[in-house]
Design a protein around this ligand. Structure first.
Ligand code: ZN
Length: 73
């Protein structure tokens, strides 16, 4: 798979994924992703994106304004 921005090679890697969830801001660490070797752009697989959605939904139910979580599948 090639990067949509620069057509560089995408490799399996991990990224820190920031989520702006309105009232709160969540940073999810060590999210598995395809990462561009050239520009650092990353792409999340559908199953990973779904897990992140769940994490964000749960985090929205709390009063925490800023949260750093570790991705765990
Ligand atoms: Zn790129």
């Amino acid at each position: 798979m090639l990067c949509i921005l620069c057509k560089g090679d995408m490799k399996n890697g991990k990224v820190n994924f920031p989520v702006d969830a309105g009232e709160s801001f969540i940073l999810i660490k060590e999210v598995p992703a395809q990462v561009c070797e050239q520009c650092g752009e990353f792409f999340l697989k559908d199953d990973v994106a779904e897990i992140i959605e769940d994490i964000v939904k749960k985090a929205k139910g709390t009063d925490v304004e800023f949260e750093i979580l570790k991705f765990a599948a």
